[in-house]
Design a protein around this ligand. Structure first.
Ligand SMILES: *Cc1c(COP(=O)(O)O)cnc(C)c1O
Length: 549
């Protein structure tokens, strides 16, 4: 008898199997005349981008998203089931395996409450092992507490919500090997923020992994997650799934957010949140009312002296933290937010962040020709990660950021098969717009910048971040293109930047070698920008006698 035949609820095994492969192959919506599902034939009466074909039922198991998630987690699609958030995956597992009044579910307290919640709804008894006093994961203690109870499911949350505790993958493997008649479900909801490698690629036999797009990919409202497991387990939970679990809008949002040109920005965000998490932890460790600080995922877990008093101050400031008295008497979980949100939270703890307002912005610019995502931070020099599809242009923009002294993540997917024109121009427009936004009200900046780098080539760029777009480009090129970047586009790039930034940009270049000349323009532009963007002594001063820029 297979694992599933031994462990599954008999009444679920008795259900007609779902033909998962057939569900996969379902004819693409839109390509056939659909008179089979009692849908309304008219377009939905909703505006704008919501006007997807939501008058039609979605695919029962969205094939493209299933494949995309499988690629994302490095597994085969037959081992993955897309669920309505990973909450739904927890529920499906409990319902597929636990008979009311008979079967048990084990958890390691304090942890995510949904495991016990779904178990109780199903009428399954909850067995609680515990983390140590110090909230460490003790694999032997967990095994000893769980093994005699023979639970159908054991949930291991890593990093653990709310304590941040990681579970060593070796411990998870050992426990799974030692409990052959228990499904060991490793919930990696915060896996992207963790140092421990994912177990997704090892999900087989009695080891199951849960993932979600809610946390790292910013799609909590779309409700998209998945279970990764042995195909026989996937086939079983498919039987328990509702017919159309995922709304078309959520499927579309997930595919959009996970498209390749969005991935660099996701990575930048995750790294940023992790870095800020540690800065916040260090800051809060020096606050007297905070007794302990732990970190994990995109959150901190604090123990405070007076949770009631803190709750009142938070309410007055309009800030919500999650109090977890069941985890620890003064337990509070704090999600890492934006710089401004974090500063407001710290203020409630009496920490004045003398920090200037953040000069980081994100911008998404999508048209029929290009899809661009940019993150820029004028007060950090890393990371720099640029992919426009044109190697030489990437190199040039990298020069701008490196010499400009700012962090730049930029990815573009454009219609390069037609011509580089759209990508080149739209990237310049997006970069210019992002720079303009990041400058905010321009208080404290240098405003003017200039540079004169010399080589065999000589390039001069003068910049005035004046609010008034103007571009003058003096110089000519002999060759048609440099490294896939049409030289004709070079003046055009500076014009697009000037337009989008609201800046005056003067470029003058001469020399012998077009490669050097192009590179000289971008480097000099970066240098000029560095001076213009730099914050000077007086952060409130506007570098204009008019009082506005
Ligand atoms: C947030 C969270 C989930 C739920 O994620 P959804 O995909 O939004 O349902 C699952 N597990 C843990 C530990 C979480 O913190």
């Amino acid at each position: 008898m297979s694992l599933v035949q031994r462990l599954a609820r008999p009444e679920i095994l008795a259900l007609p199997p779902t033909d998962v492969a057939a569900a996969q192959k379902g004819a693409p919506i839109g390509s056939s005349i659909k008179l089979d599902a009692n849908e309304n034939p008219f377009a939905p009466l909703v505006g704008g981008s919501l006007a997807a074909s939501i008058n039609r039922y979605p695919e029962p198991q969205p094939a493209a998203l299933r494949q995309r998630l499988a690629d994302l987690y490095g597994v085969g699609p037959e081992t993955l089931w897309v669920t309505r958030g990973s909450d739904d995956a927890i529920d499906l597992l409990v319902r597929a395996f636990c008979r009311p009044g008979i079967d048990k579910v084990a958890v390691v307290e304090p942890t995510f409450s949904a495991y016990a919640q779904f178990a109780r709804i199903q009428g399954a008894e909850v067995i609680a092992a515990r983390l140590t006093e110090e909230f460490a994961f003790d694999a032997d203690a967990v095994f000893a507490a769980v093994q005699p109870e023979r639970p159908k499911l054991l949930f291991l949350c890593t990093p653990n919500n709310p304590t941040g505790t990681p579970v060593d993958p070796n411990d998870a493997r050992r426990i799974a090997a030692a409990l052959p008649d228990t499904l060991v479900v490793v919930d990696e909801a915060y896996g992207e923020f963790a140092e421990e490698p994912s177990l997704a690629g090892e999900a087989a036999g009695n080891l199951v992994v849960l993932r979600t797009l809610s946390k790292a990919y910013g799609l909590a409202g779309a409700r998209v997650g998945c279970a990764i497991a042995d195909p026989e387990i996937i086939e079983l939970i498919a039987r328990v799934s509702p017919p159309y679990p995922l709304p078309s809008l959520s499927i579309a949002a997930a595919l959009d957010a996970l498209s390749p040109e969005r991935m660099p920005l996701h990575a930048e965000r995750v790294a940023r949140l992790v870095a800020y998490r540690e800065v916040l932890a260090d800051t809060l460790r020096s606050v007297a009312e905070v007794r302990s600080v732990r970190t994990g995922g995109n959150f901190l877990f604090l123990e405070v002296d007076d949770p009631t008093g803190l709750a009142q101050r938070l309410a007055a400031a309009g800030i919500r933290l999650r109090f977890r008295p069941n985890a620890a008497p003064g337990g509070v979980r704090v999600t890492v937010g934006t710089d401004a949100e974090n500063a407001a939270m710290l203020a409630v703890f009496g920490v004045a962040s003398g920090d200037k307002p953040s000069r980081r912005v994100e911008l998404v610019r999508d048209t029929k020709e290009t899809r661009i995502a940019v993150a820029i931070d004028l007060d950090r020099s890393e990371p720099r990660r640029i992919s426009t599809g044109i190697g030489f242009y990437d190199h040039m923009l990298d020069q701008v950021a490196a010499h400009g002294g700012f962090a730049l993540t930029l990815a573009c997917a454009g219609d390069l098969a037609i011509d580089p024109h759209h990508s080149v121009e739209d990237v310049a427009l997006a970069l210019g717009a992002a720079l303009k936004q990041a400058l905010r009200d321009k208080r404290g900046i240098g405003r003017f910048g200039f540079a004169l780098p010399m080589d065999e080539t000589r390039a001069e760029v003068l910049v005035d971040l004046s609010g008034r777009p103007f571009c003058k480009f003096e110089g000519t090129f002999e060759t048609e293109a440099v490294g896939g970047l049409p030289t004709q586009m070079v003046p055009h790039i500076f014009r697009s930047l000037a337009d989008a930034m609201g800046a005056a940009i003067h470029v003058r270049v001469d020399g012998d070698n077009d490669h050097h000349k192009v590179e000289g323009c971008f480097k000099a532009f970066g240098r000029a920008l560095r001076m213009g963007l730099a914050l000077g002594g007086d952060a409130s001063a506007l570098p204009s006698t008019k009082g506005m820029l």
